[in-house]
Design a protein around this ligand. Structure first.
Ligand code: UDP
Length: 238
């Protein structure tokens, strides 16, 4: 574990993270997993409720070159980046292997269904017990929770974007019967083919953030202000 600006980030590798979650699923211990990039850590600096929520979760993986760099700079290097999209795939594979039902919650209407079709192609035997888009009013919460619980799903993937997905999962975790709760941002968009990830060599070079910035320029203002601040805070503690 490494403390990055008060956020406890796990030092587990991808495989160790999957094992950790698998063991907890076997014991039927509810597990709230977060994959944190620099933006999420910066959001938590400006939002104490979000910071407290993150501290209550069961595992926060280092998602992104910035977080991996920060851990190294702080003297507690992590073995590797554990990206949300990659962990999501690993957990779908685990679900197919162990016959645990999953639920896809989030994205624009129809996207979770398209992601489902793709996931079934990739992981034969996978059971996707339900899908639901991520646009809803608070009044619909109960219906959504009932649908997830009635589906018999054990693993819930919520793709509402950060921090909305974490707030929603934290607020409703006591009512949810799923043993895994995990926010996965725009993963259904990628799995469905609506958006693409950076080529592997770009990911390996630690430049996926730059690729996203170029493809989705609306992120520019958000990223341009948070990433340098993150680096400065790590370097100088301010
Ligand atoms: N989204 C949603 N409900 C909302 C807002 C967003 O389901 O109220 C979805 C949106 O369709 C997109 C994802 O959440 O699929 C956010 O993706 P993004 O890549 O912006 O998230 P990040 O990974 O940056 O947190």
């Amino acid at each position: 574990m490494v403390n990055i600006l008060n956020v406890p980030v796990s030092s587990l590798s991808m495989q160790e993270t999957v094992n950790f979650i698998q063991e907890r699923l076997q014991k039927q211990e509810q597990t709230f997993a977060v994959t944190a990039n620099a933006e999420i850590i910066m959001m938590a600096q400006n939002d104490s409720a979000y910071l407290e929520l993150l501290k209550r979760t069961d595992i926060i993986t280092p998602d992104g070159a910035g977080v991996v760099w920060a851990a190294k700079h702080l003297g507690s290097p992590v073995p590797e980046r554990v990206a949300g999209y990659d962990l999501f795939h690993q957990l779908l594979q685990l679900a197919a292997k162990t016959q645990k039902k999953v639920y896809f919650f989030g994205g624009k209407p129809g996207i979770a269904e398209q992601a489902k079709a793709k996931a079934l192609e990739l992981y034969p035997g996978l059971k996707i017990a339900g899908c639901r888009n991520g646009y809803f009013q608070t009044e619909e919460n109960e219906t959504i929770i009932n649908d997830i619980n009635n589906s018999g799903a054990e693993m819930l993937f919520a793709a509402l974007g950060a921090p909305k997905q974490e707030f929603w999962l934290d607020e409703n975790k006591a009512k949810l019967h799923t043993n895994l709760l995990m926010g996965i941002g725009g993963s259904f968009d990628v799995l469905s083919g609506k958006t693409t990830r950076a080529p592997l060599w770009v990911q390996k070079a630690g430049l996926e953030w730059l690729y996203r910035l170029m493809k989705e320029p609306y992120r520019f203002r958000r990223m341009a202000s948070t990433l340098p601040q993150f680096v400065l805070k790590i370097l100088f503690g301010r």
